[in-house]
Design a protein around this ligand. Structure first.
Ligand code: SF4
Ligand code: SF4
Length: 402
């Protein structure tokens, strides 16, 4: 299972078990994401962040020395888990030096990569300095589909070569895909490919606009009914949603925090650092007022004072999201609202539709939460119920009792 909401919540579950209850009053930077670059050698149709590999933006990226200083400070603050992501991490020729420094500090490290930069020497080095996980995204099961999506000739063979190198060395590989109109017909072949290799596989169909405001990626996005149909067709995924909602369905905020703008783990138990050294809640949260420049101050100052203030922000108005009990089934958050609607508090119709349809298919009750098109009496309720009925028939394994 791979929606951002589920990844955040499963991490919350883990950190609660290991570290005890972490609340906004008891904040700890347990996990961090470091985007080492937004440059990439692929040019994927759906990508929310990539810039050309030789883009002038590299002049603003943190240097190796700055990375080392920040990693030292993060380790000092007690962070355990680090994710290195991009763009494409291996576009930076010094990425392995950044990685080795982080590894030497004892972090548990996951890296997200398109795989194309994993040469024999890099695979050897990774075998010597094993990460916690290496996640490679597949974009298609055939070369035609993969390269139609990445717009990078030769990319399919390079990614398959990297997978083989990692498998040969017994490295902790995971595969995943992002499901788009262009590759949905090959989804189950990709899943079978991963299963035959004996590696974990997950997929995500939640596409958002680019961080620079372009809505181009939305042209590749599936319809809400197609997104939920994928849940129904994948028994493991449906079971994961069922178990997830058993744990997390309910009021969106603890008592006393109903009017808080943020309701995720960002700035409570996690943080993100962008390629130019700006500390924020997550790598989708890009508003300048929410970012702290680590070139101007320390990680501790940024975490404690700056993000401590951001996480206390309040909503300016009540929307249908404020009291919604299925928020955990929905990816709606201020960053998503900002990207798709230009307003952190404005509900995103696509997410709302997916969440209500998913809840209906799973048999989850949705208490009234304001003026909502997808609730009883709303103008899109009837069509949503009809679609849910059809999907339940397709599944023949529902309803779940959640
Ligand atoms: S490989 Fe990843 S970062 Fe590069 S263009 Fe594709 S989605 Fe974006
Ligand atoms: S977008 Fe819809 S489903 Fe999502 S939190 Fe808001 S009201 Fe709930």
């Amino acid at each position: 299972m791979s929606s951002r909401a589920m990844e955040k919540e499963s991490y919350t579950e883990f950190s609660t078990r290991v570290h005890g209850q972490v609340t906004p009053w008891n904040r700890r930077p347990i996990t961090g994401t470091i985007e080492v670059t937004r440059r990439c050698n692929f040019s994927c149709l759906h990508c929310y962040s990539n810039l050309p590999a030789d883009d002038a933006v590299r002049k603003c990226e943190l240097s190796l020395e700055e990375h080392r200083r920040i990693l030292d400070e993060i380790a000092e603050a007690g962070t355990l888990w680090l994710l290195f992501t991009g763009g494409e991490i291996f576009v930076r020729p010094d990425f392995m030096e950044i990685y080795r420094h982080a590894r030497g500090k004892g972090f548990l490290i996951t890296m997200f990569t398109n795989g194309s930069g994993i040469t024999e020497p890099i695979a050897d080095e990774l075998a010597e300095w094993r990460p916690f996980a290496i996640e490679i995204t597949l974009y298609g099961h055939t070369r035609e589909t993969h390269e139609r999506l990445t717009r990078a000739p030769g990319s399919f063979a390079r990614v398959r070569g990297a997978i083989e190198r990692l498998m040969t060395r017994g490295l902790p590989l995971k595969l995943k895909t992002v499901v788009l109109r262009e590759n949905v017909h090959e989804l189950w072949d990709m899943q079978r490919f991963a299963r035959d290799l004996g590696v974990e596989f997950r997929f995500d169909a939640m596409i958002n606009p680019r961080l620079d405001g372009s809505r181009g990626p939305l042209a590749t996005r599936l319809e809400p009914v197609e997104v939920v149909e994928l849940d129904v067709l994948d028994r493991k995924r449906a079971d994961a949603w069922q178990s997830f909602c058993e744990h997390f369905n309910g009021p969106p905020q603890p008592p006393g925090r109903e009017d808080c703008l943020y309701h995720c783990g960002g700035a409570v138990n996690s943080f993100s650092i962008d390629p130019c050294g700006r500390l924020g809640l997550c790598n989708f949260s890009n508003a300048p007022g929410d970012l702290y420049d680590l070139r101007e101050g320390s990680f501790r100052e940024g975490w404690e004072r700056f993000l401590g203030g951001v996480v206390e922000r309040r909503v300016t108005r009540e929307t249908k999201c404020t009291r919604c009990h299925i928020k955990s089934l929905c990816g709606m958050c201020p960053a998503y609202g900002e990207m798709e609607m230009g307003d952190p508090e404005e509900p995103v119709d696509f997410l709302c539709h997916v969440a209500h349809l998913r809840a209906r298919v799973l048999g989850i009750e949705v208490p009234r939460h304001g003026d909502c098109e997808y609730c009883e009496g709303g103008k899109r309720f009837g069509k949503m119920v009809a679609d849910a009925g059809r999907l339940r028939d397709v599944g023949r394994r529902l309803p779940f009792n959640c």
